[in-house]
Design a protein around this ligand. Sequence first.
Ligand code: SF4
Length: 372
Amino acid sequence: MEVVIEDSRLKPILEKVEAGQRLSYDDGVALYQTSDILAVGYMANLVRERLHGSLTYFNVNRHINPTDVCVASCRLCAFGKRVKDPKAYTMSLEEVWHRAGEGWSEAVTEFHIVGGLHPELTLEWYCEMLRGLKNRFPQVHLKAFTMVEVGYLAQRAKISSREVLERLRDAGMDSLPGGGAEIFCDRVRRIICDHKITGEQWLETARTAHQLGLRSNCTMLYGHIENEEDRADHLVKLRELQDETGGFVTFIPLAFHPDNTALRHIPKTTGFLDIKNIAVARLMLDNIPHIKAYWVMMTPRIAQIAQRFGADDLDGTIVEERIYHDAGATTTQGLRRGELLQLIRKAGRTPMERDTLYHPVERTEATFTVLV
Ligand code: SF4
């Protein structure tokens, strides 16, 4: 197919993509700067189909956020609350275990567990939570804790992040979701999340997790005060670590949602920027297998289109999403399995249900006794 390239800066990039060559930091900046979204999308789709053909992956998962109490007060966040905030909540262990079993639990293959940095919950409490979940739901993969939570638990317990990761792994944690990366650039981080671990510490925690045999995802928060150079730098840093460890499974670009945050004056991201971030990630992250269009943040409609702009994954059913809905996300809190299938099929893609580590999940629809 002959592609029409309006922006001449993209022509050498197209040649590299067609030859399967690695793109440079400067290429990344050019891709973020251009408005030629169709050319960028064409290239990203080329790579996506080279890697995955027409398959789009999804899973049946459930989010659990045990607490929204957080000591960090990041300006980017609408979820974390001070411990004395009357609206703050912290689940008991019994509540976490009960909540995990609610809803469409029969088909669930993954619990995605993240929360605030609670000043009183101990590492042992989290280990007990994981052991309780594993005892009750032995077939479910526990994808838990951002690198930021791991760093905070280490700081509180006065032990290394390595030791925290080992204790969590031994208690049942199977992988990490990769949140808290935001943007690695210090200048931006100081403004949007100055109480968090640094970008270097995030990368070091991911490195340690991978060395311990744990896989993780990785993320980037875009659409706030970062610029194109910051985004390209973030992707190059992830790519370098992946060259070293091979531990990242999926990259998830996360659109900033400003409502109810200290940065509420910043406009919401546009569909154009959301699609662009999917496509550039697919092109730059040549060593990370999967790029996810997280439908909660970019809406099911944009996520559906993203399947033609580099994304090969739509995330999952989720059931109950709190973090981005506290920040004004207007999407539903969960999608049924059938709705995900339709989003994929109507985009001309072939749905493949997966578990967290992308093993195919075989289903016979007739075996469900609950609606999924
Ligand atoms: S982004 Fe995370 S660490 Fe920061 S305030 Fe929110 S919950 Fe806490």
